[in-house]
Every structure is written in C-alpha cells, then in structure tokens.
Design a protein around this ligand. Structure first.
Ligand code: GDP
Length: 442
C-alpha cells in the first residue's frame, strides 16, 4: 500500500463547464465535509439539498449524498456533492479541500484502485471499468459489462477449483507405495488435466479475437500508387459509418481511420508507403506498411486494370499469410471493362459498390468475432493464463509415479497464476500500470 493511500482524495466527474458536476470525496477524513461546508450531515445514502458555505461565503446549493464505508464504491467514507457545473465552484471547492491536512486531488484511477484494495471489486472488474468508459462500440461495451458483473471472475474461479481438485488427487497419490498406486486415478488425473488445459487454451484464443473487439479489426488497403486507395478510404468512411478517430499521417506514418461498422470497430489502413525503395525514409514507410499487412485481419487488394498480382510488393509475406484477400477493381465509373478475377467492383467517385463492399467486410469480420462473451481481454489476464497453461503443460512431461511432488508443485504454480488474474496483488508496478490509464475521477 502506498503511503498516500491514507489521504482523503477528491475529484470531479469532468473537467469541463457543464450543467452539473459530481465531486467525490473519499477517505478517512471525508466525515469532515459537513463541518467544512457548514451543513448538517444528511442521512446515509439519501440525497439532501444543502447550502454549502465556507467562512460565511456561499459556495453553492447542491444535493449531497453521504455513503458510509460499508456502502460506498471505494469501501471508504465517501461524500458526493452534485454542484452546478461551474469551473469556478469546482476550483473553489478544490482550494478549500486542499487547505485541509491529508486532503488531496485524486490521481487517475485512484477511486477504483481503492475499491480494489478494499476488496469491493477484483482486478478484472477494475480493468473492465476502464474498458466501459473507453468503449467505442456496443460490442466493446457488452464485453466490458460481462467482466464487470463478475462472469469472468466466476470462470477464473472455476479454473482454480479444477486445479485444486487435481492437486488433491495428486497429493492423495503421494502416500501410496508404487505397487499400491490406484491406477484408475491416473486416467482421471490425465482426463481432468486435459479438460482444464483446453478450457484455458480456448480462453486465450478467444482473447486474441476480443482484442480486436476492443482495439479494432485491422483492414489493410493495398495497391499500386494512384489505384485509388485513399479515395476508397474516404468513400468507406463517409458512407454508413462514423469516424471514431482520425489520425493524420505523414509520409512515414501509415494513414488510418477507425470506423464503427455496425458495432465492430474497424481500422482502415492506407498502405500507400509500399513500394520497392532505396530511400531510407521511404524504407521505414515500407516496413511499417508490411507490418500492418502482416497483422491485418483482412486485405483489400486494389487494382484499376484487373491485375491483382502482388509482385510489386517484393515480399514473401503473402505466401505464408492466411489473411483473407478481397480483390477490388476501382474506378469503374471510367473503367468499363469487366475483370473476371475481381471479387467486387467499386467507384469511389459515384459510390457504386461501396455499400456492398462494406457488407462484405462486415460479414467476414463478424465471423471472426468470438461467440462467447465472457472473455479474458487484457494483456495482463492473458499473461497469467499463459503462465498457468505453461505450468500445466509441463506436467504432461512428468511421470505420475515418480514425480508426484513436482506435479504438485506445478499445480500450485498454475493455481497461483490463475489467482493473479482476479485477486489483488500488492505490487505497486502492476497496480500503477492498470490504473494509470484511467481518467481522473474514477
Ligand atoms: P492512391 O494513391 O492509391 O491513394 O490513389 P488516390 O485515392 O489518391 O487516387 C488517385 C487518383 O485516382 C486521384 O486523382 C483520384 O481522384 C482518382 N480516383 C480514385 N478513385 C476514383 C474513382 O472511383 N473514379 C475516378 N474516376 N477516379 C478515381
């Protein structure tokens, strides 16, 4: 626990001028709030409109709620004040509170961090709060909600129970002499080990896909210069989609745009940089573009003359890659010839075929989407799951007869890694990593 975990912290729900702002104050000294602002402490968990004054000066008329520590999000004494959303009132309150000993502005994620430290939520739920706030599509929100309601925590606890059962099974064998070993327990052990390994493996695999739900599916648009790549991105982003974020590119960056395609976050990459080149700056661009292609979920391969060969890329990556290609003939408004090997024909000028192309992209990507909704999603969760799986995999190489002690040790290790997914770890570095990305006020 950090030294300043004992401070009483405060923050407001937003940093802008707005109709209302909620100022939350949490910590040991929060009970002083009524005294500081000269109002009578309201009954717990009931809104009461109060006149807030400080040294005879009116601060605001505002509903106030008192949440005793057994009933608050943080697990600490908490007050929330619903002030008029003026920056002046906010600043005034901050100034007053900061003048009191042990009161300070909260750091990003600090309320959630305290809720975790005090056991009101587990680490997975803490991470999901950040995901909920940052979600950009309904599907992302759905997954984040599933984690917040504890579905993932339940699954993870089941894994742990399965491993503990394996431990009991193996420990029961330690006391037997070699001749008396109950052989039927061997196959029971092997079967149950297989089952739990498969469960964790599946979760890790679906996690890969849920990254896409959270961070976006990658669609690379490739083709020779002037074939119409950036025009196509414009057409795709202007029609039936909304731009989530726009990141302008320089010659060395890859221009990309994130769109919300019927709930799927999709990042469209314009790989204009790809060309054989000796120029160092351009080489960097080529490298970046090839990397994007490698990690893409889908490639739109553009041509305005019906030839879709990829020789100009001068790369072997497509031979190994299983990535799906859609061959797109562009500029069909001026290009009347029909090319047989195209999957679709479009015109970014007249929007001909653009709807159909979006539909094709959606159809393909939504099939990649994981069907189960309770998933491990964060890198941290995947890392612990992998470590647990590795420990279980190592057991496969051990002999149940001669190496029971080693097996028991690997099971303990696996169980510890599984616990680390959800349980609070007193490790500043990990906690800082989780909570530093939060917005202030959470
Ligand atoms: P990029 O280099 O592959 O990104 O190609 P651009 O999108 O910059 O397009 C190159 C040229 O082709 C520009 O002059 C565009 O206006 C033109 N162009 C792109 N798409 C179409 C199209 O569908 N129809 C017509 N007529 N011209 C197009």
């Amino acid at each position: 626990m950090k030294q300043n975990d004992y401070d009483t912290i405060f923050a407001s729900s937003n940093q802008y001028k707005s109709a209302i702002k909620i100022i939350r104050i949490s910590g040991e000294h929060a009970y002083k709030i009524p005294k500081i602002f000269n109002f009578k402490k309201p009954s717990s968990r009931l809104f009461a409109l109060k006149k807030l004054t400080y040294k005879n000066k009116l601060i605001d008329y505002a509903p106030v709620i008192w949440l005793p520590k057994s009933k608050s999000f943080t697990g600490e004494e908490t007050f929330e004040i619903y002030i008029h959303g003026s920056l002046v009132i906010e600043k005034l309150i901050y100034k007053i509170l900061s003048s009191y000993k042990n009161f300070r502005l909260a750091e990003p994620g600090e309320f959630t961090r305290r809720a975790t430290i005090n056991g009101n939520i587990d680490l997975v739920q803490a991470e999901s709060i950040n995901d909920i706030i940052n979600s950009q599509t309904e599907r992302q929100l759905e997954i984040a909600h599933a984690q917040l309601d504890g579905s993932l925590s339940k699954i993870v606890n089941n894994w742990r129970n399965d491993i503990i059962n394996l431990s009991s099974l193996i420990e029961s064998l330690i006391d037997f002499s070699d001749e008396d070993l109950p052989k039927e327990n061997f196959s029971l052990f092997r079967n149950n080990l297989d089952k739990i390994q498969n469960k964790i493996k599946r979760a890790i695999n679906t996690a890969k896909l849920s990254y896409f739900i959270r961070d976006g599916f990658t669609v690379a648009i490739i083709g020779k210069p002037n074939v119409g790549k950036s025009s196509l991105i414009n057409a795709l982003t202007n029609l039936e989609t909304s731009i989530v974020s726009e990141i302008p590119g320089t010659t060395r960056d890859i221009v990309h745009q994130k769109i919300d395609l019927k709930g799927l976050p999709v990042i469209l990459y314009d790989t204009a940089g790809i060309r054989k080149t000796n120029n160092i700056v351009e080489k960097k661009g080529v490298e970046l573009a090839l990397n994007i292609i490698k990690k893409s979920n889908l490639i739109l391969n553009l041509s305005d003359h019906g030839k879709f060969d990829l020789k100009y890329l001068g790369s072997q990556i497509f031979k190994q890659s299983k990535t799906k290609f859609i061959n797109v003939t562009t500029k069909v408004d001026i290009n009347k010839k029909i090319y047989k090997n195209a999957d679709i024909e479009v015109s970014s000028k007249t929007n001909l075929g653009i709807d159909t192309l979006l539909e094709k992209i959606y159809k393909y990507l939504s099939n990649l989407e994981p069907k189960e909704s309770s998933l491990i999603t964060s890198e941290r969760q995947v890392l612990h799951s992998k470590k647990a799986l590795n420990a279980l995999n190592r057991i496969k190489k051990l002999s149940i007869i001669d190496e029971t002690e080693l097996i028991a040790e690997e099971l303990r290790l696996a169980s510890k890694h599984i616990s680390n997914i959800t349980s609070f770890i007193d490790n500043e570095e990990i906690l800082d990593k989780i909570f530093s990305s939060f917005c202030i006020g959470k």
